[in-house]
Write a protein that binds this ligand. Sequence first.
Ligand code: UDX
Length: 438
Amino acid sequence: MHITMIGTGYVGLVSGAGLADFGMQVICVDKNVDRIQGLNRGEIPFYEPGLEEFVERNVKNGRLSFTTDLKMAVENSLVIFVAVGTPDDGQGKTDLSQVEDVAKRLAQAIDEYKVIVMKSTVPVGTNRWLKEMIQANLKKDITVDVVSNPEFLREGSAIEDFMRPNRVVLGSDSAQALAVVKDIYRVLYLIEAPFVSTNLETAELIKYASNAFLATKISFINEVANICEKVGADVHDVARAMGLDKRIGPKFLHSGPGYGGSCFPKDTLAFADLGKTLGSPARIVEAVIAVNRNQRARMITKIENAIGPLDGKVVGVLGLTFKPNTSDVRESPALDIVQALLRKGAQIRAYDPAGMDEFQKVVNDEKISYWKNAYEAARGAEALVFLTEWNEFRNLDLKKLKEALAKPVVLDLRNIYEPERVTDLGFRYMGVGRGTAV
Ligand code: UDX
């Protein structure tokens, strides 16, 4: 089976390489010439564990290639996956210009039956609109079918999530197109991945509802954490005990500075906007968004309360990405928190294992310096703030950190450490929701 994958971002590149690994012949297309040239040299444009080797393996076995030539790719493929960016305007409206552009170029290129599979997260109704738009602009009287196939992979474990999905969602009005796409994912039947076949709108909504629900769990536990601080309870134990109830489950109950990344902030806003537009307000998700914003503000207050007015103070920051194992800083809580500290006059010494280049592109301030490890970032600082739970931060030499710091103050905003272990060494320790009100 020959497949075209349009878009070589996170979803496109991982899915393209993954489908090649399933045995398909995959051509990845991107209009970004530099990116395609880089991929042809074996350069992955972002950090994702294992992706470089995964891509290399499939290029070497002749099943994966990269081009800017959409027409050639489409002519050679029965199935065209679309994984282009669908950014938002910060208010919940999705910018579909990249999807629209692809639709126009596809209409020009298609001259026989094709199945178009949408992997990008798009507002409910987009896939139906896409089919009509391509159909209306085709040069010949032929049919195209559209399948909505939302992607649920997480950054940092994207390959594992693609190869071992919890479920595969396929939405379409065409039985023929559904059969074609099911055949592509046939290898997943062997590992008994459940398939959910629906209509287009249901598939689109499954993606938003899933992400909105996970974001809800996070905002919920963050509110519990805030109450824990008031009453002297430990959110870690509350979450563990809650999670042991099988109906609740232990995942996504880690309190911290709030969720970030390319999906949750955007998808929750889009879901709330959809509800508002339809006259069916999504009040829970609206609250989830507000709680998440407020959580970042609370973290800034926490730091101020711990070390006093920030003007002229040196603060060490560990972790800049929105989560570990990625170089992605999109909507990272660290962006808001570090920028607020800078505005309040603090000097920042920062370290992140993979995100410093990306962070520097967004935050360009002479009051922030970047260091090559945690101990350097801590040097001379009045407090050390953990903003991302990278594994290498879990087992730092705390004595060495204490020597490096000007004052032994730790703000563990990801609850990485056991409070006693840190306080026993003479630190002042503040986590999130761990019985210490600051
Ligand atoms: C998410 C979804 O999990 C994935 O299914 C979807 O396709 C894309 O969005 P991702 O953005 O890569 O994936 O990261 P995820 O691991 O879900 O974390 C999102 C954010 O929530 C991160 O900022 C993370 O730190 C935060 N988070 C997660 C918490 O604060 N607490 C938790 O318990 C879990």
